[in-house]
Design a protein around this ligand. Sequence first.
Ligand SMILES: [Zn+2]
Length: 265
Amino acid sequence: MKPKLWLTVDSDDIRHIPRHQGHPKRSKKKLAEPYQVSEPSPDLLLGMKGFSKWIDDGGSATLFVIAEQLESPEFSKWLEELLLTERILIACHGLSHRSWSAWGEDTEGFSHALADATLRLKEFGGKHWRPWFRAPAGYIAPWMAEVLAVHGYRVDSSVNESWLTRRKTGPLNSWAAVKTAVKEAGIVEREWLINREFGVKFPVCGPALHIPLLKTISKRSWRSVSLLEKAHPIEVENADCDVVTVYWHILDHARKKGDWTPPFV
Ligand SMILES: [Zn+2]
């Protein structure tokens, strides 16, 4: 049987990314005024508009949301309207986009933040909420798997099994160790699509869509899966189903003056 395709989108604003916050070493750069506040930045607003248009044109996706974004009336209103289209599911992209595995093991801290984030997203999403998790900036370590299970998560989609991203699993860890821990916790792992054409595993999702060379490889990979049938939520949660997972960002839709769309065809 052919694999199914799962489309996923992360809601990050510019202030959430590791360069600006949440990472012990990478977060250094101070943001200009309009990007510091909790309301969406001008770029995110443009991205939100572009994403809504993509949905209106027939798109559908799972949106991994950073729970604190719901504090913004503008963001919440936009998300509420999206939910009314019945083409969106909501899942968890953390409370504040902290790069957990970069800080060392902190089961208690992660558990508290996850409880808070889950409560907010679940209440907001109602029937559109799914207990699925994506680690902020892809920073996941094996110790996080059990915490996810305790909070009722059934799917994790944080593994980006590329040699370029191995350090995101924390000191002395590996993607294999993360996958084993997730499986042992009874959670289904939905890894991001990677490209294996050249004998090396290249990332083709998220930031890779815009990095020279990776961008070209990414487009090839996305085109090769673009005609696959979309995965049903039940299939996403079923470890026996073969599901190809791709992801991009709401912010991507701010590119090309708001006309950007994911590179499927
Ligand atoms: Zn993110």
